[in-house]
Design a protein around this ligand. Structure first.
Ligand SMILES: Cc1cc2nc3c(=O)[nH]c(=O)nc-3n(C[C@H](O)[C@H](O)[C@H](O)COP(=O)(O)OP(=O)(O)OC[C@H]3O[C@@H](n4cnc5c(N)ncnc54)[C@H](O)[C@@H]3O)c2cc1C
Ligand SMILES: Cc1ncc(C[n+]2csc(CCOP(=O)(O)OP(=O)(O)O)c2C)c(N)n1
Length: 528
């Protein structure tokens, strides 16, 4: 990559030097999710490129637009086990939306142009450009950037079929227990306003996946919060009893549906998705609409009239009263920590999470009222995502307070990026919900393996995270009691020139509820 870095020396492009390439991929991902623009990362050949792999898989699973540029050995050396050679094109084929191995420097302007187009259009995803060294060194004869992109066989659907849309409207108007199940596609499409309007027009309750969190305001009376394994009991009951489900920009993930045979057994489905391959993949809808969520919802609304199913809304309210999200007991509970952060930041911060129990509690207790506010690794579930993603999100939105809610296990997977954050004066705030365990795995071992805790204890060798922050030139504070938390959060908010860690020693063996066991159905839901 030396020729590329040499070119960057004279360029206006702001290159952020990370400490591990995985961090770069997640930063590009966090940047993309917070801004809606394409994130870019770059790595050298061989081990540099392979270190991007997890980040690319992560972006692929969550449909995040990234362009990753990798160095490659010179074209004549490819395939000879040359020094620092890895077939990154081949390795990443199944985890990218598209990839290029550049063979002629004159193709490069078109390839770069196409790569950004492909990454952000239709169902977004990561695109790889692998550039052999002789290509990046070669002189470009003429810089010609194409105006348009036209790719054979690539034409993302847009408006949806008018007949299907009319049928969808008829079905919704006839529904007695309509329920909206929305997800990440609503955010990608920018369809949050249309979704809000539609839900209030027909007074349908709305459950949003963790990927769609914030695209329907969670403080709205129609909000059911998250469905699925760790969703609210009332969202799951609503899906279970609904007679018509409008699914928008969702992919019927197994964490939501549980056992497919018993998922939403009384419902007739309308499924709107920009990727036709998603429609019918897990659940066959009666009315498929391949199209962009925003355009389809706009069209759909033209055929709807205001309605309000009182009995259904009463039933929803009863479930909400009967099964509120709650935790038992006092003390520094993880749920208390996240709810306190929510209140102290007035629900306004951009929140990134890592993966595990703290991620689920963040989804449950940090309510979001706007899209692109909650950023989490959901499809791949990549521990180590949250902190670099927070750095990327801050570069996208330096005007916002950015919090990373993480835990002792996940944070240790990419904490070297403290150096990147300190070096760039990035004031992200990190709440470590420190339970001394790989908590989510411990929970499963407690519930399904008779508490035989195997390979989950982190207490031995656990670093002092406050000293760690200080060692990097950042700041931090440890909190062990309930009443210490709010002052610590207030202190963190005041630090504007470097990261701040709150190491919160929470109760160690707390479990996330509600919980539907993997592959289970709603009658197996444990409420608490
Ligand atoms: C430990 C753990 C536990 C989890 N538990 C839960 C849980 O309890 N509940 C839960 O909800 N999730 C949970 N998840 C997340 C889960 O694994 C899935 O990632 C998530 O449910 C998928 O969200 P989604 O259906 O919104 O799809 P996404 O992955 O966000 O996919 C977006 C969909 O929208 C489509 N789309 C994209 N652009 C557009 C557009 N412009 N117009 C229309 N459609 C578009 C795409 O084709 C795709 O089908 C958990 C994850 C982890 C790691
Ligand atoms: C890179 C990676 N390795 C392993 C896992 C499997 N896994 C899922 S949750 C979890 C435990 C997470 O522990 P921690 O980060 O401490 O969070 P907690 O559950 O305690 O909140 C593990 C190991 C994963 N998701 N990602």
């Amino acid at each position: 990559m030396l020729p590329v870095y040499d070119a960057l020396y004279d360029s206006e492009i702001h290159n952020i030097l990370v400490r591990h390439e995985q961090g770069a991929a997640h930063m590009a991902d966090g940047y993309a999710r917070a801004s809606g623009r394409v994130g870019v990362c770059m790595a050298t050949s061989g081990p540099g490129a392979t270190n991007l792999v997890t980040g690319l898989a992560n972006a692929h699973m969550d449909s995040v637009p990234i362009v990753a540029i990798t160095g490659q050995v010179p074209t004549f050396a490819i395939g000879r086990d040359s020094f620092q050679e890895a077939d990154i094109f081949g390795i990443t084929l199944p985890i990218t939306k598209h990839s290029y191995l550049v063979k002629d420097v004159n193709m490069l302007p078109r390839i770069v142009h196409e790569a950004f187009y492909i990454a952000r259009t239709g169902r977004p995803g990561p695109v790889l450009i692998d550039i052999p060294r002789d290509i990046s060194q070669a002189p470009l004869e003429k810089l010609e950037i194409p105006e348009d992109v036209s790719l054979r066989g690539y034409r993302p659907p847009t408006k949806g079929h008018p007949l299907m849309i009319r049928k969808a409207a008829q079905l919704l108007m006839s529904a007695e227990r309509p329920t909206i199940y929305g997800g990440g596609g609503v955010i990608i499409s920018g369809a949050h306003e249309q979704l809000y309007e539609l839900a209030h027009l027909i007074n349908a309750p709305v459950t949003m996946t963790i990927m769609g969190k914030g695209a329907f305001p969670e403080t709205d009376p129609l909000a059911l919060l998250m469905p699925g394994m760790h969703g609210t009991a009332y969202a799951n009951h609503a899906l279970n009893e609904a007679d018509v489900i409008l699914a928008v920009g969702v992919r019927f993930d197994d964490r939501v549906t549980g056992k497919l045979d018993t998922f939403a057994p009384k419902a007739r489905f309308i499924h709107i998705d920009v990727d036709p391959a998603e429609i019918g993949k897990s659940v066959r809808p009666e009315i498929p609409v391949a199209g962009d969520a925003k355009l389809v919802l706009q069209e759909l609304m033209k055929h709807l009239k205001p309605k309000r199913e009182e009995a259904w809304l009463r039933q929803i309210d009863e479930w909400k009263k009967k099964y509120p999200l709650r935790w038992k007991g006092d003390g520094l509970k993880p749920q208390f920590a996240i709810r306190t952060l929510y209140e102290a930041t007035q629900g306004n911060a951009i929140v990134t999470t890592d993966v595990g129990q703290h991620q689920m509690w963040s989804a449950q207790y940090y309510l979001c009222d706007r899209p692109r506010q909650f950023i989490s690794s959901c499809g791949l579930g990549t521990m180590g995502y949250g902190f670099p993603a927070a750095i990327g999100a801050w570069f996208a939105r330096p005007d916002q307070q950015v919090w990373c809610i993480t835990s002792d296990g996940s944070f240790q997977m990419n904490m070297q990026e403290m150096a990147t954050a300190v070096g760039n004066r990035v004031p992200v705030k990190i709440l470590i919900v420190n339970n001394g365990y790989l908590g989510m795995v411990r929970q499963w071992q407690e519930l399904f393996y008779q508490s035989r805790y195997s390979g989950v204890q982190l207490q031995r060798g656990l670093p002092d995270f406050v000293k760690l922050a200080e060692a990097f030139g950042a700041a931090g504070i440890r909190v062990t009691r309930e009443e210490e938390l709010l002052p610590a959060i207030q202190k963190a908010i005041q630090v504007n020139d470097r990261p701040f860690i709150i190491d919160a020693w929470v109760e160690q063996e707390e479990n996330v509820y509600p919980m539907v066991p993997a592959g289970g159905s709603i009658d197996q839901m444990m409420v608490d």
